[in-house]
Ligand binder design. Structure first.
Ligand code: SDX
Length: 446
């Protein structure tokens, strides 16, 4: 099938041909379906009329080959290991940009001018404080509760305090909710940490940058001034940039699905946080550290890798593999360099777990089991080592990921609300349960 590829314009997918569905037994045409093409990447078969033409559904558990929406925000080429935010390669953003500038790019589609950047930074800065009463919510949790439980609970409860920005049909209220969520996530994550260690909550400061403010809220105490190490502030800013958005990953799809019902933005982001918590997704950075600590010494690496290859053993090489990247995750490459810079700055370059991670990576990249399955390090493989070196406890790693990914969730949620084809998400199924049968009274069962 040769597709005429019209020169796509950024205003949306273009029809690029038709595909015919034919019954393989009798050659009868079942359906004629349009092919749509975007600006770059895979074309799609538009199956919206498939059921109407044939009575058939498509079947794709895990959505491995299903485009759930049209988006202009992030593009990933899994084979080439490329990631672009609004067309800008992640390597250039990592090198030259900062997180709030990337937030503006993801949300509005372009890098801000000087005055736009200053206005955006000011608007975010002046939304970093929480309603004072929200502090009582934290005190309702056990001190040893997982920080992600607090993040899910507190973020979901924000609609009870900010009802003036919960109407999803009002663009102005969507914008205010977006700013509030971007601004308040670091404050919430830092308080979750302070609550767990019994220290006083630290208020945000308007004279600090976004990443610096987050680290200050995490590690300052009221008894003395605290200066954030600029190398660590820059490393945190970079970690936030690299985790900001990633196309239609599990948590972003969760946010879109929740948003498609008209749920308020705080509830949608809370749903995204809950999904990100899973070890197969954002919880992997915490699981990588657990894995490195379980391996503990060089000589135990081969034994661990044998367990990972054993189909009867549930062990996985955490921080490796990706649904889309069948090449090196470009974010892992950048974080690998950052890892060395942070550990050198902290005089921790002999970190035993970093050494094990480097050796694990070297062995796995040559091991046929992993090579055959295109299992390369992903964004989570090095992030945990950097975060731990910065003094962030392992159970807060995924909360840091959630702080970063909030802009991606918000940008995708906002895009969904301005998409004219948007409707409530409602997948179908293939049913393989009981056919119809009658009710049996209890005295005639068994
Ligand atoms: C993130 O989607 C995103 O964009 C996510 C993310 C983002 O920014 O939002 O990039 C962030 O979630 C990164 C991924 C973090 N997760 C982990 O590091 C956990 C470990 N990795 C996996 O569990 C797994 O690789 C996934 C979940 C990431 C991807 O799984 P897939 O694409 O569904 O692949 P699969 O489970 O079908 O595995 C294919 C094969 C299987 O072997 P066979 O059955 O063919 O013999 O590869 C094997 C799997 O057993 N495999 C692994 C493995 N990952 C896949 N074997 C060992 N270790 C692994 N990590």
């Amino acid at each position: 099938m040769t597709l005429a590829r019209p020169v796509p314009t950024p205003d949306g997918p273009k029809k690029a041909g038709m595909v015919r569905l034919v019954d393989n037994e009798n050659g009868q045409e079942l359906a004629l379906l349009p092919i749509l093409t975007g600006t770059v990447g895979a074309d799609v078969i538009d199956v919206r009329t498939l059921h109407g033409q044939t009575g058939l559904f498509t079947y794709d558990p895990g959505y491995t080959a299903t485009a759930s929406c049209e988006s202009k925000i992030t593009y990933i080429d899994g084979d080439e290991g490329e990631l672009r935010y609004r067309g800008v390669p992640i390597e250039q953003l990592a090198e030259q940009s900062d997180f709030l500038e990337v937030c503006h790019l993801l949300l509005y589609g372009d890098l801000p001018t000087g005055s736009e950047k200053a206005a955006f930074e000011k608007a975010i800065t002046y939304h970093t404080m929480l309603h004072e009463q929200i502090n009582f919510l934290f005190r309702g949790f056990r001190r040893d509760a997982h920080p992600m439980a607090l993040m899910v609970g507190v973020v979901g409860a924000l609609s009870a305090f900010y009802s003036d920005s919960s109407d999803v049909d009002d663009p102005e209220q969507r914008a205010i909710a977006s700013y509030r969520l971007i601004a308040k996530m670091p404050t919430i994550a830092a308080i979750a940490y302070k609550w767990s260690i019994g220290q006083p909550f630290i208020y945000p400061r308007n004279d600090l940058g976004y990443a610096e403010n987050f680290l200050h809220m995490m590690f300052a105490v009221p008894c003395e001034p605290y200066r954030v190490n600029p190398v660590l502030a820059r490393a945190m800013d970079l970690i936030l940039i690299l985790h900001a958005d990633h196309e239609q990953n599990a948590s972003t799809s969760t946010v879109r699905l929740a948003g498609s019902s008209g749920a308020n933005p705080f509830a949608c982001i809370s749903a995204g946080i809950a999904c990100l918590w899973g070890p197969a997704h954002g919880g992997a950075n915490e699981a990588v550290l657990e894995m490195l600590e379980e391996i503990d010494t060089y000589d135990r690496i081969p034994e661990f890798l044998e367990r990972v290859k054993d189909r009867d053993d549930p062990s996985r090489l955490m921080g490796f593999g990706h649904r889309v990247y069948k090449n090196y995750d470009p974010r892992a490459k950048i974080l690998r360099e950052t890892c060395h810079r942070v550990l050198d700055e902290l005089g921790a370059h002999n970190d035993p777990h970093l050494k094990i991670a480097m050796e694990l990576e070297k062995i796995a990249l040559d091991d046929p089991y992993f090579v055959k399955r295109n299992l390369y390090p992903n964004v989570d493989f090095y992030s945990g080592i950097i975060l731990r070196a910065m003094g962030i406890p392992r159970r807060l790693f995924t909360a840091v990921f959630a702080v970063a990914r909030t802009i991606g969730w918000i940008a995708q949620w906002s895009e969904m609300h301005t998409d004219p084809s948007q409707k409530i998400g409602r997948p179908r199924q293939i049913y393989s349960g009981e056919t119809q049968r009658d009710y049996v009274p209890v005295d005639r069962r068994g």
